[in-house]
Design a protein around this ligand. Structure first.
Ligand code: FEO
Length: 132
């Protein structure tokens, strides 16, 4: 089980709350992988993630623009790349249905997102936001 840890904190309350939701989602996705999910469960998970990323990325990018964040373009590209990966996973689901391979890819993508993106990029933005 993953936990929201201090090194993931941006100190922007709204963003930290959204990241906590993502930690819950990663934990759910991991249990889906173990449980060999039904089509309905997997669709629910993917739909939630799709809505989450659109809302979360939009909120975060808005704060970055408002605070003239100098790394905005770089950060947005990472968000856009994640959306591309997500669309590929969704297309795989629509074509082939749920599978252990898809659960594993989803869980891996989300985990790597937590580790590499929130800890490195979002926390860096949090520091900028605190001083802008
Ligand atoms: Fe929290 Fe940059 O995504």
């Amino acid at each position: 089980m993953y936990q929201f840890t201090d090194d993931m904190r941006t100190d922007i309350k709204h963003i930290d709350n959204q990241h906590k939701e993502l930690v819950d989602l990663v934990n759910n996705a991991a249990s889906l992988g173990i449980a060999n999910p039904s089509k309905e469960d997997m669709k629910k998970c993917l739909d939630f993630l799709g809505q989450y990323v659109i809302k979360h990325f939009g909120d975060e990018e808005k704060l970055q623009k408002e605070s003239n964040y100098p790394n905005y373009a770089h950060h947005k590209k990472i968000h856009d790349d994640f959306i591309t990966t997500f669309k590929e996973l969704y297309a795989d689901f629509e074509k082939n249905g749920p599978s252990p391979k898809l659960s594993f890819a989803l869980s891996n993508t989300l985990t790597s997102w937590l580790i590499t993106h929130i800890k490195r990029e979002d926390v860096k933005f949090g520091k900028h936001y605190a001083t802008h």
